[in-house]
Design a protein around this ligand. Structure first.
Ligand SMILES: NC(=O)c1ccc[n+]([C@@H]2O[C@H](COP(=O)([O-])OP(=O)(O)OC[C@H]3O[C@@H](n4cnc5c(N)ncnc54)[C@H](OP(=O)(O)O)[C@@H]3O)[C@@H](O)[C@H]2O)c1
Length: 281
């Protein structure tokens, strides 16, 4: 075991859980936290931060709900101050592409005096299986306010591999890596690949953004999440992020995982099996 534990903020998250599992498999001691752990870590309660950081010298940080939200910059500013005081020497922070708020938060970390890495990612492939798009797939129809804009979806397993490398290999310090998958697809193409591989009809339907947000409102989705999704689909998803980047290969020396491989892995995991159950019911 190495000396001080590596702090992971976002224990149960799509990336945090994978980073935790990989570090432990390599023999590192970890201290993974979120609102449901003891000690607890809550982005909305700064009093929880220092006790959770105590004893760690490096950290993987995932912010909730998203670095694009208006108050994220101020919260990250306060967090890096507390982190430096509590003894953190190296922070690897997950960020999003094309989000002005996220880029302001990145700069705060870069200028903090703490050694840093920014892992700036495209949309995750796993949003189709571990997040808000799963329900649509299981229902046989995904409705979103995204037209033909393409996105080079990145596999979360690649993100976790990159994060672990930057946390454990000092040669990467103070570098920003932009991670995408190797192929840009629009939502309709993604759903066709999923549907073809499943051998089950799943379709993609475009809905105007105001109609989409109206449905979220009726469903009681919190207002900040409505704001975030509106921002993502109208501003961030305007085509600015369609280019493929080489971050995965730069860090890992291997190509990024293709969406097809993600689909095969996900089918094998059984998470989309409910589509079959519905079809045979
Ligand atoms: N999804 C994408 O396509 C994408 C792309 C680029 C960047 N990102 C960024 O990725 C980050 C999310 O990372 P992820 O996907 O690995 O995590 P995730 O799957 O969204 O993490 C969910 C976990 O976060 C914890 N959490 C929720 N609110 C919290 C709070 N106030 N304080 C502390 N923990 C909280 C919850 O655990 P508890 O209930 O136990 O607290 C929950 O299990 C966001 O900053 C997002 O902007 C996402």
């Amino acid at each position: 075991m190495k000396k001080s534990p590596i702090l992971i903020i976002g224990k149960n998250g799509k990336t945090g859980a994978r980073v935790n599992q990989r570090l432990q498999a390599l023999g590192y001691s970890t201290h993974a936290v979120s609102r449901s752990t003891t000690p607890t870590f809550d982005w909305e309660n700064p009093a929880t931060w220092a006790p959770a950081i105590k004893g760690a010298s490096s950290a993987y940080v995932t912010y909730q709900p998203d670095l694009a939200v208006p108050n994220a910059e101020a919260i990250i500013k306060e967090f890096v101050r507390v982190a430096a005081e509590a003894g953190l020497k190296h922070i690897v922070m997950l960020s999003g592409r094309g989000e002005e708020g996220a880029q302001r938060a990145e700069k705060i970390l870069m200028d903090s005096g703490i050694s840093w890495n920014i892992v700036r990612c495209s949309w995750f492939s796993q949003n189709f299986s571990e997040s808000f798009m799963l329900d649509g797939i299981l229902a046989g129809e995904l409705l979103l306010p995204a037209g033909d804009t393409v996105e080079p979806f990145v596999d979360v397993d690649d993100i976790a591999d990159v994060v672990v490398t930057t946390l454990t290999q000092p040669g990467h310090r103070n570098k920003l890596y932009e991670l995408t998958g190797p192929r840009a697809l629009n939502f309709s193409q993604c759903i066709k690949e999923i549907s073809d591989a499943l051998g089950q009809p799943v379709k993609y339907t475009y809905v105007p953004v105001n109609e989409y947000i109206g449905v979220l409102r009726e469903q009681g989705v919190p207002e900040d999440l409505q704001w975030l999704l509106h921002e993502l689909f109208t501003v961030v998803f305007d085509g600015r992020n369609c280019n493929v980047m080489s971050g995965v290969e730069e860090v890992l020396g291997r190509p990024a995982t293709d969406f097809k491989t993600y689909v095969q892995k996900t089918i094998a995991s059984g998470v989309w099996d409910a589509v079959f159950q519905k079809e045979s019911a």
